[in-house]
Each structure stands twice: as C-alpha cells, then as structure tokens.
Design a binder for this molecule. Structure first.
Ligand SMILES: NC(=O)C1=CN([C@@H]2O[C@H](COP(=O)(O)OP(=O)(O)OC[C@H]3O[C@@H](n4cnc5c(N)ncnc54)[C@H](O)[C@@H]3O)[C@@H](O)[C@H]2O)C=CC1
Ligand SMILES: O=C(O)[C@@H]1CCC=N1
Length: 287
C-alpha cells in the first residue's frame, strides 16, 4: 500500500490518531501546540492529518479541533492517513477495532496501544504478521507533565520506534521502557495508583477538618504534603522508610500517628490494592 512512510518521517511523525478518551487525552493534552511542539509541528504544517476515531465525545472533538487536527468517524481513514496510530479504546472495544483496521495495516505502520491488559502478543495476533506494535501505560498526572509512563515493544518494533515513542511520551513525565510483564504491575501501582493517593489525600484533609481546619485549606496542605514528600523521595533517592524514620521524634507526634496507621492496616491495604489492580489488568487482557 502506498501512503506515508514511517521511516522517512520518523523524527517528526506526520499523522497520528490522537485518541479522544480520557486515557488518550491524558497523553495528547501534553502534546498540544506549545512553544516547542513535540508532535504538533507535523500537524500544524499540514503535512498530514491527525485523525481521531473517537469524535463521538464532544469534548474530545473540541479539544483536538483546537490542536488544528482533522477528525473522522472512520478508523479506516485514520490508518490510511497516518503511520503512527494510537489505540485508546476500552479493552472490550479493541478487538472490533483491530478487526476493522487489520486489512489496512502495512509494514510501514506503527501501532501503539494504551489499552489496559491487552498484551503485545494479542495485538500482534490480531494484526498482519510483521506489524510494528508497542504498548504503554500512562497515568492521570501526564496532564500536568508529572506522569509515570512505561512502555514495551513487540517483536517487530525496533530501537527507532522505541526511541520515537519514548521521545513523545517523555513530554508527559517519567517514561521508561520495561519488560512487558511490568506493564500490568505499573497499572496496579501507578495507572490506578493515583486513585489510591487521592483517597489518601482526601482522608488526610478530612482528618484535619475533623480537628477544626477549613476544608479548602486542608486540601491544599494535603496536596502540598504529598508533592513535597514525593519530591524528596525523588531528589534524595532515599528509601521512603529512611525518610519516614527521619520524621519520627522518639515519643513524638509522628510515631503515635504511625502506630494508628499500622493498627488500621494501611501498609497491607495498599499492597493488596496494587496486587488487585495488577491482577485485574491481567484479567482484562484475557477477556
Ligand atoms: N482512565 C485512565 O486513567 C487510564 C486509562 N487507560 C486505558 O485507556 C483506555 C481508554 O480509557 P478511557 O480513556 O478512560 O476511556 P474513555 O471512555 O474516556 O475513552 C474511550 C474512547 O474510545 C472511543 N471509542 C469507542 N468505540 C470506538 C471505536 N469503535 N473506534 C474508535 N474509538 C472508539 C470513545 O469514543 C472514547 O473516546 C482503556 O483501555 C483504559 O484501560 C490507560 C491508562 C490510564
Ligand atoms: O481503571 C482502569 O481500568 C484504567 C487503567 C489504569 C487506570 N485506569
């Protein structure tokens, strides 16, 4: 099939499916035209269309419209116009989409999935032999460039495809290539994990409200506490147990409070949550 070639456009990929759902927007909100556009250059210069098969979502249509992107209801049109295609549907929708686009996929295409649980093997089996496939898992803070993203490549995706994907996703925050088995673990740890952290933040603030502080101030302080604690972990490279111990004055407030968390089973509950998220991601891949 003739059409745009991935290799000649590798450094500035022309044409992507920018997925319209929340998971997808998480990523492409970061890729919008900015002082130094990562993708938007290829889009804005009219070199190729960026199509979104998900324009049924009004917010998404407005959003990608602001990027100067073309939208379409046809997944086939996306594949025929674009060489780098992101798959960002719900897991149960994906098999139908793959069936629809498979006859149009060529060796020039690069298909990238962020669909939870769906393995590279499944993607490769449902696409023509030799298709270049990669898989990644973002999380919500990609929207504010503080995301945590991991990706893995299929058998036919090489160093160049991995480098380009990493270059694009680096705009979202931390981005690392990992063995594929880590992707479902990352889903339990981080993709879903942000929700555990929000629940913890909510509980922190509610504790302060119970003790008499105003809700909005308590929320802001809870958020800053999480931000500062995370920043110290990253910047010092210290194990969190060491940083926690640094806060504990003998006989002081922190050790009394931590004892309550231990009695409440916080540590086991969080470990169980990561395990449950990971197991569920693995199950989604099998359905
Ligand atoms: N929500 C999150 O924080 C994260 C979600 N994910 C993954 O992202 C994927 C999508 O999740 P969300 O964005 O949350 O869901 P969503 O419901 O916001 O987005 C799904 C999108 O797929 C589109 N769609 C439905 N049928 C389609 C079809 N036949 N062809 C093309 N597009 C179609 C919908 O219009 C919608 O825009 C899921 O597989 C999820 O596991 C991954 C990481 C984080
Ligand atoms: O809950 C979910 O299935 C998706 C995957 C990671 C975050 N949200």
């Amino acid at each position: 099939m003739s059409g745009p070639r991935w290799d000649t456009h590798l450094e500035q990929p022309h044409g992507l499916q920018l997925p319209g759902g929340r998971g997808g927007q998480r990523v492409h909100r970061r890729l919008r035209p900015a002082p130094e556009p990562q993708l938007a250059g290829g889009v804005a210069d009219g070199a190729g269309p960026v199509a979104d098969g998900a324009v049924g979502v009004p917010g998404a249509r407005v959003h990608v419209g602001r990027l100067g992107c073309r939208t379409t209801h046809s997944n086939g049109e996306v594949v025929q116009s674009c060489i780098l295609v992101f798959l960002a549907t719900k897991p149960h929708v994906l098999p139908g989409v793959l069936q629809e686009i498979a006859p149009l996929v060529t060796p020039n295409h690069v298909l990238v999935s962020l669909v939870a649980g769906v393995t590279l093997q499944t993607l490769e089996q449902m696409l023509p032999p030799g298709t270049k496939v990669l898989r990644f898992m973002p999380n919500l803070p990609c929207v504010v460039q503080a995301g945590a993203v991991v990706f893995a490549r299929g058998r036919c995706a090489g160093e160049r495809e991995a480098a380009v994907l990493q270059g694009l996703l680096a705009a979202c925050g931390l981005c690392e290539e990992v063995p594929e088995s880590y992707i479902d673990i990352h889903t339990g740890l981080s993709g879903s994990g942000v929700a555990y952290v929000y629940m913890f933040a909510e509980a922190l603030a509610e504790g302060a409200v119970k003790m008499g502080m105003s809700g909005p101030l308590a929320s802001r302080i809870a958020a800053q506490t999480l931000l500062g604690a995370a920043k110290m972990m990253l910047e010092t490279g210290e194990h969190p147990a060491k940083l926690r111990a640094d806060v504990c004055t003998p006989g002081g407030t922190t050790i009394h409070a931590l004892h309550e968390l231990e009695k409440g089973g916080l540590r086991a509950a969080v470990m169980n949550a990561v395990e449950a998220g990971t197991i569920r991601a693995r199950e989604l891949g099998k359905n």
